[in-house]
Design a protein around this ligand. Sequence first.
Ligand code: SF4
Ligand code: SF4
Length: 318
Amino acid sequence: MKMDRTHDISQMIKAEAISLGFSACGIAEAEEIDEKNASAFCKWIESGHNATMEYMANHLDKRLNPRLLHPNCKSIISLALNYYPQQLLRPDQLQFALYAYGRDYHDVMKQMMRQLAEYIMNVLPDASLKLCCDTVPILDRYWAWKAGLGWIGKNTSLIIPRAGSFFFLCEILIDKELEYDVPLSLHCGNCTRCLQACPTKALMAPYTIDARQCLSFLTIENRDSELLPALEGSNCIYGCDRCQLACPHNRFAQPTSNILFKPSEDFMNMQPSDWRKLTVEKYRSLFKGSAVKRAKYEGLMRNIRSVGGKTEKSKHEE
Ligand code: SF4
Ligand code: SF4
């Protein structure tokens, strides 16, 4: 492709991504992960900080080199989608990670990615694409940073300037050279609010989470049926956002315009006593098409029992 055409096509892809409803789109050259980030990731795995998420250690070669994920891969199109809700659960309710309020993001993002892929194939009919939405071993935040979308904060989230960190990330790999964005050199400076806000000290050092202590892992991925001592005194029953909510950059967060992420009234009205009485039928109706199904009914009930139904309000009332 000639330089002007490469520029035009790259701009057209980005414009189409935004018109389809993505919040941001950037493009990076597909190459091996840089030395610093590759070594930090390997050290994280070697230290066991991935807890029982063995899949994080699988396909390490591909995770560190996206060219092994797709034949002749030249470029990575990184996409972000805002999920910040219009309305948050009140502090006296049991808490869910904000990303889990609405429809399962996998379904929403995949549909949008397919539409973008169709557009790209119209513009570049001989291109070969690979869509990556959580099931492919790729470091989303690294590629979002490389593609100029934002920077990785000390809480390990991708922070988009003047927009915050409540974004889903996904990628399209393509065997065409495109025009590449420049990674941002912004960073957190002296701020440590996220480290101070972490209730379990899972955020053990800047840029390092020990998943074994993290409420997100413990409440969602962890299949242990025992009660979770780390949840005692907490009100998080599915995921945790404290290290993001504490981040000053999230004061710029704007509610998502994607109606599929809008929570149901039923969900928003659930009280601690309702959660404690949750039946399988109610669970199914509340979470039809939701990512919360990942924790399964038994897992969610374990979490509810582990917090003992305590909320910030009820604790103060004791
Ligand atoms: S998600 Fe919660 S528990 Fe995990 S690192 Fe962030 S604040 Fe800590
Ligand atoms: S809270 Fe502060 S240190 Fe943590 S990610 Fe946000 S800006 Fe960075």
